[in-house]
Design a protein around this ligand. Structure first.
Ligand SMILES: NC(=O)c1ccc[n+]([C@@H]2O[C@H](COP(=O)([O-])OP(=O)(O)OC[C@H]3O[C@@H](n4cnc5c(N)ncnc54)[C@H](OP(=O)(O)O)[C@@H]3O)[C@@H](O)[C@H]2O)c1
Length: 196
């Protein structure tokens, strides 16, 4: 049985990008180059706390991402920079937590009512029950990769998530393929359905 946290006042947004065959990563990296989607990610998350898994943290050469309080979920006792040196941890800049629930607890006393869950797969799946919003970039292509995410696994009920809760699309923005964007993609914003 999952424990509900004291996070009712926080908006917990999962932000992710997924291909039509549910790929989110390849060899530890994003398997596409979509600058406008990266801009959207940065515009959405800058100045807010973000929670990420260890592998996603280490995939960024320049870590942590600027202007965002980053909490890394890991059992490791320290975080290393790209040179292998132990990184300084400081509330408001960079922290470690041993679970998503602990990461959110750390934010109880932190100002602001918005937090973003930024991956990878395990973090997304494990935090879905807590999320109040999903921001999903649907990359309209079949893409090769090794990390898959299927938040909506029901063929017959496309808006029912893997925990059997329903979501409504409240906004969407479509982008077309061009010289700098390999694929068409649509950014969809989901809120929990009142049917739940
Ligand atoms: N398309 C997208 O939007 C997007 C976004 C982010 C990442 N990605 C891709 O996803 C891939 C990485 O995802 P991943 O699933 O392999 O790795 P990940 O979730 O980034 O990291 C996994 C590690 O994080 C810790 N962890 C994750 N969930 C946890 C939980 N619920 N409780 C405790 N610890 C937890 C564990 O570290 P310990 O072993 O230290 O305990 C685990 O080994 C990369 O290819 C990346 O590019 C894609």
């Amino acid at each position: 049985m999952m424990m509900m946290m004291n996070n009712k006042k926080k908006n917990i947004s999962i932000i992710t990008a997924v291909s039509t065959n549910y790929v989110i990563g390849k060899d530890g990296l994003l398997p596409w180059s979509l600058p406008k989607d990266w801009e959207h990610f940065n515009r959405s998350t800058t100045n807010y706390p973000i929670i990420m898994g260890k592998r996603t943290f280490y995939e960024q050469e320049d870590r942590p991402l600027p202007d965002r309080y980053t909490i890394v979920v890991t059992r490791d006792s320290s975080l290393l920079d790209k040179h292998g040196n132990v990184m300084e941890e400081r509330i408001g800049h960079l922290s470690r937590a041993s679970s998503i629930e602990d990461a959110l607890k750390m934010l109880d006393d932190y100002s602001g009512d918005q937090v973003f869950i930024v991956g990878g797969r395990r973090i997304y799946e494990d935090s879905l029950y807590l999320a109040t919003e999903l921001i999903i970039t649907h990359v309209e292509a079949h893409v090769e990769g090794d990390t898959h995410l299927r938040l909506f696994p029901h063929q017959d009920e496309p808006n029912k998530d893997r925990n059997n809760h329903y979501w409504d699309v409240v906004n969407q923005v479509k982008h077309s393929k061009d010289d700098t964007h390999q694929y068409d993609f649509t950014i969809k914003y989901y809120q929990r359905s009142t049917n739940n």
